[in-house]
Design a protein around this ligand. Structure first.
Ligand SMILES: [Zn+2]
Length: 255
């Protein structure tokens, strides 16, 4: 049984830490966070709130089924999406959910995903906005990157934010699930930013922070001939080693 208030408190703490100016992951109204609140609903950041200062009022509880029905609707206007998202709120008094709510809803349906954080880190976007961004994200660089961010990322070519982006992410994440048999920890979106997803607020925070660090290192490697990526066998070994799995669980604060 999910403790809704605890989830809300965790979301507030996670948002404040991801909004810390030191991390350079989100400024002004950038970024949004979410968590499953019950079998049928989730909490998501409302439009117009800022991560570093957000309070309970800045989150809205919405109904999965109503939000996800927007994935089926082709060619729907921005206004119609807004109206549908407003109607998906559990309380009509609550603030309006973010335009990226559909994205959060579909990711929170994946196996072992309870929290989602979407940010626009400077270091990550230095690569998502680069001509060779997709290629640069293809290889893994160091063990902690694999432990916190997973063995492989989902790359999303430029897509209009809102419903079209949610549909594209849905397709690419499904492809990843079919190929790997587990949900990704990180999604990178061309000319836009990143999404971290996982079972706990700590796992989502770790993945975001480690991506920021990894991207700074990755950029540095281009000064000395480009990234020297780990072999697929080495990546697989780190990802499946029992001691690394134990460390992953400790970091994620999971039993
Ligand atoms: Zn965004």
């Amino acid at each position: 049984m999910i403790d809704r208030q605890q989830r809300l408190n965790e979301l507030i703490g996670l948002s404040h830490r991801l909004g810390d100016p030191w991390l350079e992951a989100a400024i002004l109204g950038e970024g949004n966070t979410s968590a499953r609140a019950s079998d049928t609903t989730f909490l998501v950041k409302a439009s117009g709130f800022q991560l570093p200062t957000i309070t309970e009022d800045g989150f809205t509880e919405v109904i999965f089924e109503k939000v996800l029905s927007l994935l089926e609707a082709d060619d729907i206007s921005d206004q119609a999406v807004k109206t549908c998202l407003a109607a998906a709120r559990v309380s009509q008094e609550a603030a309006h959910p973010s335009v990226e709510t559909i994205l959060h809803g579909l990711l929170l349906q994946l196996p072992d995903v309870e929290f989602v954080a979407h940010t626009h880190p400077v270091a990550v976007n230095a690569i998502t906005c680069a001509r060779d961004g997709e290629k640069a994200f293809a290889g893994r660089l160091f063990p902690d990157e694999i432990v916190c961010c997973g063995p492989r990322y989902v790359w999303i070519p430029w897509t209009d934010p809102g419903a079209p982006l949610a549909r594209r992410v849905h397709v690419e994440v499904q492809r990843f699930l079919d190929e790997e048999g587990f949900a990704p920890k990180v999604i990178v979106m061309q000319n836009h930013g990143m999404i971290a997803l996982g079972p706990t607020s700590a796992s989502v925070e770790n993945a975001t922070r480690m991506m920021v660090k990894m991207c700074k290192i990755l950029l540095g490697t281009y000064l000395l001939g480009g990234p020297n990526t780990l072999s697929p066998a080495a990546v697989e070994r780190i990802f499946t080693r029992p001691d690394e799995k134990y460390r992953e669980r400790l970091l994620e604060k999971k039993d």
